[in-house]
Structure formats: C-alpha cells, structure tokens
Design a protein around this ligand. Structure first.
Ligand code: GP9
Ligand code: MN
Length: 619
C-alpha cells in the first residue's frame, strides 16, 4: 500500500515537474552552457587570465536568445526551446568544424562567399572527431524522450482536469506572469552579457571593437553567440541601407580614372623589359626608412640592405599609406593601388568586394600567385581576403615548420628559407608575396640572437626596435644568398618595402639616434617614410637613389609596367614609378606631397589649419 502511494507521489511530483516551465528552461540553459564551454575548451584558443567573466557572458547570451520563449504558452515554449537547441547546436558545431580548418569563425561574408565553406570539401570528414558526439547527446535523449512523453500523456488524465480549471481570470493572470517572467529574464540576460563586456572594454579590450582586426580577439570578449550577433550587426551596418553611388557620381569617378590614364605612358624602354620574370615582394614588418644606412657605435644597423642598395633602385622618399588597418592596409594598398579606409580595415570590412589586384592580374597573365605569412591565417581576415585578391594559395603558419620560434611566430630567417623552398615547386613565372613578422612591436628578441650593440639605447624599446630590425636585415642577407644559390636571382624582380611605422613617436629618441634636432616636418617624414628597394634581374638601375616621392599605392602599376602589362582597363589610383608622370602621394591621414610641397593636416581636420611646407626651403 505504502509502496503504491509513494509510487503515486513520485508520479505526481514528476508530473508537477513537467508542468513547471522553468524546469525545461533550466535544462535548456544547462545544455547550451555545456556546449559553449565544451566548444571553448575544444578550440583551445590562446586565452588569457583576463577572461574571468566569460562564463557569465556565455550564460547571458544564451538567455538573450531565449528569454522571449517565456511569453509563449508552455507547449509553445517547449517547442521553441527545442528548435533553439537544434539551431544553436548546428551553429556551434559548424563553427567548431570551420575553426578546425581555418582557425576562424563563420561570419556573414563567409556564408555569402560560398567557395569558402566549399573549400572544406573532402576535408570535412577529417575534421570530425568521435568525441563530438557529446554535442548531440541531448538530441539523442530527445528522440528517446518524445515517445515516453506520448505514452505518459495517454496514460495520464491530469491534462483534462487542468483544462477544466482554466477560467478566464486565471488565464489572464498567467499571461501577466509570463510577460513579467520574460521581461525579468531579459534583464538578467542583458546584465550578465553587457556588464562583463563593458568591463573588458574599459580595461584590457580597449579599442577592439573599433580596430576589429581579428575575429578571435572579438570572440575573447563577446563569447561565441555575442560574436555572431556582433558580426551580423557589423555586416548590416556596412551593407544594408548604406548609400549607393548615383550614376553621376560613378561617371565622375570613371572620369578621374580616365584622366589619370591619359597622363600615363607605356611607351618607354622599361615597359615590358622584364616580361615573364618572377616577382617576389617582401612586405616587412615596421621597417622604417630613418635607420637605413645609419650606424650605431660604428656598426651598420642594416648592413645587408645597404649592400643590396648598391645593386638596386632605392626610393628614399617612399611613404606608407596605411590607416587603422596597419599591416592589412599596407598589403591592400600595395596590391590594389587603392587607398585603404579612413576607419577599420578593408580586409575585415569588405572582403566580399571585387578588386583589380596584382595577384589576380598576374594570374590572368600566366603567373602563379601565392601569399606567404607564418601566422594565424584568420588574422586580419586574410583567409577570406586572399581569395578576393585572387591568390592561388595562402601559405599560413599551418604550412610552416616552427623550427625557429621567435616573437609572435616563426623567425623571419626560417620563414624566408621555407618560403623559398616552397617556391621551388611552383610553376614559373610566379608572383610571391611574403609578409615578415619578427620585427613586430614590442620588438624584443632573445639575447642569443642579438647582434647589434645598441649602446645607450640598451634596455629601451627604441633599442629593441633597432635590434629586431638588425635581425630582419640579416634575414634579407640569407634570402638573397639562397636566391642566388637557387638561380632565382637573375630571373626575379625583388621588391622590398616596410609596412608602416614602429608606433614609437618619442622625438627625443630619434634626435639622439640621428644626432640632430628634428622639426615638425622631419618627424612627419620619419613617421611616414618606409624604405622601398627594387632589385631588377639584370642589375640595371644599380645604386640609383630615387628621391621623387612615391608610396605603397604605386606598387601594382609599377610592377605591371616592368612586366609589360597595361593598366588601361584597371582602376588604380597610384603612380607608375616608371612612366615619368608627375607624382602625387596622399597619405591616409590627409597629409600629401608632390615632391615640392609637404602638407601636414591639422588634428581638427580643418584644411586651412594644416601646415604646408616648401620642400626646397623647409619653411
Ligand atoms: C600579423 C601581422 C601584424 O599577421 O600582420 O599586423 P599588425 O599588428 O602589424 O597590423
Ligand atoms: Mn605590421
């Protein structure tokens, strides 16, 4: 008898529990939390102790996507939670698979660029792990649960009694309770998400949302669901409702390009002189112009670069034209001959656009185009952007052996060596774009590879900068030696430039290093000039110092000139360094120079408040 009554009690409690909508919601929260935490651990993203509030953000974001289910009747809520579970699981798991391949998350541009997901192709199977079954364990339980519930409902007559008891007053009060519960749940979800994110932003995360350079960093702040919400917001802001150009504006722009072409000549003897040569471009991290040819304590800072100059064209008034997109802007403006954006990076904001880019144009002309950079492929959204720029392949960190770990990743010496080894298998002619990394801020390299005596700069970041540049310079030396050894030297154009400044703007350090006081104009030049060196296969133009102004936007049209490829049908804003046309170099800050004048904009953005210098008199 007592067994029977305890059995009935248990059945009743079970029944009560099933009626209790919070029960389902709680199960949903636990399942989703488990999946987010599990995916986070599986990803093994280099994380930091700073992220102590991640779990709160994860919980808050699950609540934010599901709070509204309280506004539905109980059955509606249960069905909605099941649908949400299926959708969120699919999203989380797709992200995991995508991450295993690309070290990035799925974003709106990824979904719109079908090729990107398609690139997984045959690899998908190899990306699945048997442990992943844990992501779907609730689906399996659900499949078992549905028939149990159907049998239970058939046997139980409680449902009918409840229906009889539902009088309008009670129904009204239930609706009211539902509304309030939904609202309170929303407030809890919002607080759990918003306040920790704000805390990160106010402490270590700073300008991440403005810079937006890496999805992984955003993820570290927002969590996975927050990242997707932000990505949708970012995409919508950029693409929907944005102003379209009128036909008149398009014509006006087209006229500008036509006019520019009229000024452009393809008749000189250099046009096409190096037709069919390989091209290796090296974009060097933070390589600035001020220390080229300089010595410290009698020792040359860039001895190999200095030797190379004797064999090459050197541009002593070459400017970086980057904005907030830094390395990615230098890359973009050099490859497409277009200005980067005033805010953010083109790589991140417009990877779905089409560009007249050097790699794609060379490809059309029979070249094999490849990018090499031994870092995370998703950094600066390169995986996506390098497809848009038309490379055949992007060799990222995953394609290199980390046999010289240095700074952020692989040391430049090994990076060059391994890149050249990969080029041996490429069909010639090839276009290879290499981005170095060792001389990245904060410039510290281990003692055992420090070969420069930085004297009074020892122990300062400025000294560390010179030291790391000295290392990169040694890497240039090894690169050239290997190119000569492999017979590449005489059939390859080598184009080396710096990507941007070193972010060290303390005038006193430059004055001490250069041994003279520096004016506003001197400092403007120092912070914006990076070196450009072009080695031509036949050593013609050896030891020529080009003093006319030039800039990163000039790379694509100039290399095309040497290879004899017309720029007529393309949209390029830069100068052709070899056609003898007048130069005009505009920096992203609004500064500009034509070789006679140098304009420095005012911080207030008002043109009239800027300073304009006569470069003859420096007045
Ligand atoms: C990392 C490298 C650095 O891949 O390009 O970018 P930066 O911080 O110099 O813009
Ligand atoms: Mn850089």
């Amino acid at each position: 008898m007592s067994n029977f009554s305890s059995g009935t009690n248990a059945a009743n409690s079970f029944h009560q529990l099933l009626k209790f909508r919070y029960f389902y919601y709680l199960v949903f929260l636990i399942l989703m939390m488990y999946k987010l935490v599990h995916v986070h651990e599986t990803l093994n993203i280099r994380n930091v102790d700073m992220n102590r509030l991640d779990d709160l953000i994860a919980l808050g974001s699950i609540i934010l996507v599901s709070f509204w289910t309280f506004w539905l009747p109980r059955r509606g809520q249960i069905i909605s939670l099941i649908i949400l579970d299926i959708l969120l699981t699919a999203l989380i798991y797709s992200d995991l698979i995508y991450y295993r391949y690309f070290q990035d998350f799925i974003t709106v541009p990824v979904l719109l660029q079908a090729g990107q997901v398609g690139a997984l192709g045959d690899s998908i199977q190899s990306l699945l792990r048997w442990q992943d079954i844990w992501f779907f364990v609730d689906w399996l339980l659900l499949i078992g649960w549905i028939p149990v519930m159907m049998i239970y409902r058939r046997c139980s007559n409680h449902g009918r009694i409840i229906r009889h008891n539902s009088i309008p007053e009670r129904r009204k009060s239930k609706v009211w309770i539902r509304c309030m519960t939904g609202l309170i749940t929303f407030i809890i979800g919002f607080s759990l998400t918003f306040f920790p994110i704000k805390h990160y932003k106010d402490t270590w995360a700073g300008d991440l949302f403005k810079g937006n350079w890496w999805n992984m960093s955003l993820y570290n702040i927002t969590g996975l669901l927050g990242f997707h919400a932000y990505d949708i917001y970012r995409y919508t802001k950029e693409h929907i409702g944005s102003q379209q150009l009128s036909a008149e504006e398009i014509n006006h722009l087209q006229d500008w390009f036509t006019l520019k072409q009229e000024d452009h000549s393809e008749q000189d003897e250099l046009f096409g002189k190096y037709k069919g040569s390989n091209v290796i471009v090296i974009q060097t991290e933070a390589l600035m112009n001020f220390m080229i040819g300089q010595r410290i304590g009698g020792q040359e800072v860039t001895p190999n670069f200095n030797v190379l100059m004797k064999d090459s064209l050197y541009y002593s008034n070459y400017y970086h034209q980057t904005g907030q997109g830094r390395t990615s802007d230098a890359d973009f403006s050099s490859q497409t001959s277009l200005h980067p954006l005033p805010t953010g990076s083109v790589f991140v904001r417009y990877p779905d656009h089409q560009f007249d880019s050097l790699p794609s144009i060379l490809k059309k002309n029979g070249y094999t185009s490849n990018a090499f950079h031994a870092y995370e492929p998703s950094f600066w959204n390169r995986t996506l952007m390098y497809q848009a720029l038309g490379y055949d392949r992007f060799y990222s960190k995953n394609d290199f052996t980390l046999d010289e770990p240095l700074g952020w990743s692989l040391g430049d010496k090994s990076f060059f060596q391994q890149s050249l080894n990969k080029m041996k298998d490429l069909q010639e002619p090839f276009y290879s774009f290499l981005i170095t990394l060792t001389s990245h801020h904060p410039y510290v390299i281990p003692k055992n590879i420090q070969e420069l005596d930085t004297g009074e700069f020892k122990g300062t970041i400025f000294g560390d900068y010179l030291q790391s540049v000295h290392y990169v310079d040694a890497a240039f030396g090894e690169l050239v030696a290997q190119m000569k050894q492999e017979g590449l030297w005489d059939r390859t154009i080598l184009y080396i430039y710096g990507d941007h400044d070193n972010s060290l703007s303390d005038k006193a350090a430059y004055e001490k290093f250069l041994g003279k006081s520096l004016s506003e104009l001197d400092m403007a030049k120092i912070m914006n000039q990076v070196p450009l060196l072009i080695h031509l296969p036949d050593r013609s133009q050896a030891s020529v110092n080009m003093t006319e102004p030039a800039g990163q936007l000039d790379m694509a049209p100039s290399i095309m000139h040497l290879l004899g490829i017309s720029t007529q049908s393309y949209h390029m804003m830069g100068n052709d360094l070899f056609d003898g046309s007048k130069r005009f170099v505009a920096l992203r800050s609004g500064a500009f120079t034509d070789g006679k004048l140098y304009f420095i904009p005012s911080p207030n953005g008002n043109f009239d408040d800027g300073s304009c210098y006569d470069l003859q008199t420096n007045q």
